[in-house]
Design a protein. Structure first.
Length: 287
């Protein structure tokens, strides 16, 4: 791997050049498989029993390189620091780049529900040639900070629509439980979160949703007309059961693909390529 720190120190303008000259591709009409790597910027670097699994940036980039080079992977979702690294490494050609606007409410913080956006904004994504925006929208009816989150998200949606930039909202109904934030993954909660997120902003023309795979996904998908990517998170189930649930959900009307992060980048057996290939076969069965 090239010396990214040296390039950043001596030729920071190389990042802008790499982003401006990468080969871009349209979203197209096919379903998408997006590899997510926006976890470190919100302080979520632990996986399983290893609290620092994602803290080694060089190891993470090697795993991302493996994933992005596999057939059927359409793009990557990350914050600017990782997108800039991948651009310098030449790994973003012909890939959909999804810019995470990130959340300010860090896990375990007293201000966790203060989810102001701390990474990309719409003008910077347009200037950098980012193809897609992504926000997290945690809705906590018992925490007043939610009002500011909804307002700032609405402004982001309005700005994205004006720029003709697709924007993906990842909503959750959340609550404080024993001093920590817990997302409600019941079907009813996901339906409610989708309804609230769908109405944010002055135009929904460029709005997509990113929703978790939960029980009765058919009812979830009937609750919205917005194109939706599935959140392929770690459900704690056996891998075969998890993949089967993704496959069932991918067949539903309105589902436009799958975003997966740690499940593919840090599989239990360590074989990133094999894990990515399984997900790619679900999204693109003809590969």
């Amino acid at each position: 791997m090239i010396d990214l720190a040296a390039i950043r120190a001596t030729a920071p303008e190389s990042i802008g050049v790499a982003l401006a000259t990468r080969r871009r591709r349209p979203l197209g009409s096919e379903k998408l498989l997006i590899v997510a790597a926006d976890h470190p910027a919100r302080g979520a670097v632990g996986i399983g029993a290893d609290p620092l699994a994602m803290a080694n940036r060089h190891d993470l980039l090697e795993r991302l390189a493996t994933a992005l080079e596999r057939p059927g992977v359409d793009g990557v979702l990350a914050t600017p620091d990782i997108i800039d690294d991948l651009a310098l490494l030449g790994l973003l050609d012909d890939r959909i780049v999804v810019g995470s606007m990130n959340r300010g409410g860090l896990r375990g913080a007293s201000f966790e529900m203060d989810d102001r956006y701390t990474a990309y904004d719409v003008p910077s994504m347009v200037a950098s040639g980012v193809d897609f925006a992504k926000t997290l929208v945690r809705i906590n009816l018992a925490d007043a900070a939610t009002a500011a989150t909804l307002e700032s998200t609405a402004h982001a949606v309005t700005a994205a629509a004006a720029a003709h930039l697709p924007i993906m909202l990842e909503p959750f109904i959340s609550s404080w439980v024993d001093g920590r934030i817990v997302n409600d993954l019941s079907t009813d909660a996901v339906v409610h979160s989708a309804a609230i997120a769908s109405g944010l902003g002055a135009s929904s023309a460029y709005t997509w949703l990113k929703l978790p795979v939960v029980d009765d996904m058919e009812r979830v998908m009937k609750s919205t007309t917005l194109p939706t990517l599935l959140l392929g998170g770690d459900s704690g189930a056996e891998p075969d059961e998890t993949f089967a649930s993704w496959q069932r959900a991918l067949a539903l009307p309105g589902v436009r693909g799958l975003t997966v992060g740690r499940t593919l980048l840090y599989p239990p057996d360590g074989d990133v390529a094999a894990a990515v290939d399984i997900a790619a076969a679900l999204v693109h069965p003809t590969i």
